[in-house]
Design a protein. Structure first.
Length: 256
């Protein structure tokens, strides 16, 4: 029987069971609304503490990626997922069946095949920004300028990959090992306008071969990027936070 909350005249005021049911309904409605409005697309992003240093406030070719700290894939990428455990075999003379002993496991590589198109000016600028972004992410800080800025020897930053949901890829730390894009000889090319390639005064001016067209780069009207990511959890996080029992119980602990 539902418990009633009564006033001083012993008249029922609130049915607590019905109130709890209504609260649950409102929470479910809010969760459904949030799910419908949340951007479910795959994304490859910088960590927040690296984003400000990577991007700058000046308008440049990477500006389209700055708001989301990286790439939000406009089309659903193809992902091939495989995972395994490593076993060593012990061979016995005259035996028909070797004995396998467990060695270790490793997280899967994450290969993405992602399509980008340049149907509009904004889409073209986004495609160009993605190409430059991936290109920069495969390089380390090096040279006299890096020494002057104190960044010499800094490796490419660790990224976050998110897709599918909590039990898919939930802010998985990854490094970009390589990428490629095929620009075919039978695809239409479109001019992509971008800010001038000038310098900020600290970098030697580069004399572009394209002269007055230094604010325009041609990109294919559509292209596929193959992006290979490798999972990179920190040793401290693995040591302190990994909990296989929690995963067996259905908890999301941030590991894939």
């Amino acid at each position: 029987m539902a418990e009633m909350v009564t006033g001083g005249n012993e008249q029922p005021i609130i049915d607590k069971d019905k109130l709890a049911e209504r609260v649950a309904e409102l929470k479910n409605e809010a969760a459904q609304k949030a799910s419908n409005t949340f951007d479910q697309r795959a994304r490859l992003q910088l960590y927040r503490n690296n984003s400000k240093d990577f991007f700058n406030d000046m308008d440049n070719v990477l500006t389209p990626l700055q708001k989301n700290r990286g790439i939000v894939f406009p089309y659903t990428p193809n992902i091939y997922i495989t995972r395994g455990a490593n076993y060593g075999s012990m061979e016995f003379k005259g035996s028909n069946f070797p004995v396998y002993s467990y060695i270790n496991s490793a997280p899967p590589t994450i290969p993405l095949i992602a399509t980008f198109t340049a149907g509009t000016k904004e889409d073209g600028q986004y495609m160009l920004a993605v190409y430059r972004f991936l290109n920069i992410l495969t390089q380390a800080d090096f040279g006299e300028k890096a020494v002057k800025s104190g960044k010499n020897g800094a490796p490419p930053p660790v990224l976050q990959f998110s897709y599918l949901g909590p039990f898919g890829f939930d802010r998985v730390p990854v490094i970009l090992t390589d990428f490629n894009m095929l620009i075919g000889n039978n695809v239409d090319m479109v001019p992509i306008e971008h800010p001038q390639t000038g310098t900020d005064g600290n970098t030697k001016e580069f004399a572009s071969a394209f002269g007055d067209n230094a604010n325009m780069t041609y990109m294919p009207v559509d292209v596929e990027f193959t992006i290979n990511l490798q999972v990179q959890y920190s040793p401290r996080r693995v040591r302190k936070d990994f909990d296989l029992d929690a995963m067996r119980k259905g908890h999301n602990i941030g590991f894939i």
